[in-house]
Design a protein around this ligand. Structure first.
Ligand code: PHB
Length: 403
């Protein structure tokens, strides 16, 4: 394939494999620095726009969307949340982010972030090709890597770049290009998954609810005034067919039930999905002329809502480093990428793992395990230090106000 003739050859400083939020935000940031890019994705724009993902952005990420000129739609359509509720032992416990760490988070679905970025690329004249196939990344250990792909019309194209970025998500092809004997993969599997629904129902609470119960974990989030997003912990092999709406609602109600008589407001369920997850990191995050960013390099369980935030932090660092590398600094600038990105990756890995094990019930767990978890939850909500720890992790580790 590498020697096959191609229909066009284009030269650009940075080729980006993957045009999800990480790839497009990188293209946007590089565009602002005067660096041209071409971003590619095997999915169509419609496919990306309609795949439900998480919905919480750190305040810094929300500010960056506005301040870097992507869009200020988040200020109108997003919702600032100054805290979350932890429910356990049948009672509600609010974690007040604003009071504890002076920060908030924004409820703004990842699909909206993607739409804003894709629109911004179009507005700014950036090149993005969706729905391509047969991607090949070549010569990454040289100073002139190439990317070849087949366009939706069947024509074959080659991009000649100075750097290639693999932002191609959790099933990344690019990360497999780092030789096996030169890479390390850190993986943690979990014995549970999430059953996610979208329901046409009114909001049940003003803020997100993370519920621990003897029946397992549940999360109550939302998408709009009239559509709500919720998840409950399920078996990884669960089939959505075994879950008629009545059974789904019964499960949710049991997991949030408590002495305060709290009940979720029910409605027709318009989507049901089983979401598997794991913790994963591949090092190094850069190999020759290729860097990995976002889910391609690391994934986290969704519990702490870190995934998108972490991906956007990677590309913030990477955009700066690539702009320097293409300027007078050369390749040496790229050496800064992994150390600066990876520190946050492992902090987020720890938080995501910690909050996942804090709130989920492992199959086969004993009464001791449940009581110990309740003790830990009590430690978290029962002292200002515990609440502050949770608030700091959940709102991110801002690059400006707090070190
Ligand atoms: C969501 O709204 O989809 C969501 C929110 C918070 C999480 C995970 C998912 O931790």
């Amino acid at each position: 394939m590498a020697d096959a003739t191609v229909d066009t050859v284009t030269t650009v400083p940075v080729a980006i494999v993957g045009a999800g939020p990480a790839g497009l935000m990188l293209a946007h940031r590089l565009g602002r620095a005067g660096v041209e890019t071409i971003a590619l994705d095997t999915r169509t724009r419609h496919e990306i726009e309609t795949t439900q993902r998480a919905g919480i952005l750190e305040a810094d990420v929300a500010r960056d969307l506005v301040e870097t000129g992507v869009s200020d739609r988040i200020l109108r359509d997003g919702h600032e949340h100054e805290g979350v509720e932890l429910r356990f032992g049948g009672r509600a416990h609010r974690i007040d982010f604003k009071d504890l760490v002076g920060e908030s988070v924004w409820l703004y679905p990842q699909t909206d972030v993607f739409v804003d970025l894709a629109d911004a690329r179009e507005r700014d004249g950036g090149t993005v090709h969706f729905g391509i196939k047969d991607t090949e990344v070549l010569d990454i250990t040289t100073g002139s890597p190439r990317v070849r792909y087949t366009a939706p019309d069947g024509t074959r194209h080659e991009i000649r770049a100075r750097y290639v970025v693999g932002a191609d998500g959790s099933r990344s092809m690019c990360r497999g290009l780092v030789p096996e004997d030169r890479r390390v993969r850190f993986t943690k599997e979990y014995p549970f998954a999430w059953f996610g629904i979208l329901t046409e129902a009114p909001m049940s609470a003003p803020e997100l609810i993370y519920a621990h119960s003897e029946h397992g974990f549940a999360l109550i989030s939302r998408r709009s005034e009239t559509v709500q997003r919720m998840y409950f912990q399920c078996d990884p092999d669960e089939s959505v067919d075994a879950w008629p709406d009545d059974r789904v609602w019964e499960t949710f109600q049991a997991r949030v039930a408590g002495e305060d008589g709290f009940r979720l407001r029910e409605g027709p369920i318009i989507e049901k999905t089983v979401l598997k997850f794991r913790s994963f990191v591949q090092e190094p995050m850069r190999w020759g002329s290729m860097a990995l960013a976002g889910d391609a390099a690391h994934t986290v369980p969704p519990t702490g809502a870190r995934g998108l935030n972490l991906a956007l932090h990677d590309v913030k660092v990477l955009a700066e480093v690539l702009a320097r590398a293409l300027g007078s600094d050369g390749d040496a600038a790229l050496d800064d990428y992994q150390p600066r990105a990876l520190r946050r990756v492992w902090r987020a890995q720890n938080f995501s793992y910690w909050i996942t094990q804090l709130l989920h019930t492992a199959p086969g767990s004993e009464p001791f395990d449940l009581q110990r978890q309740l003790g830990e939850l009590d430690n978290v909500v029962g002292t200002r230090a515990g609440r502050t720890y949770l608030a700091e992790q959940y709102t991110g580790w801002p690059t400006r106000a707090r070190a």
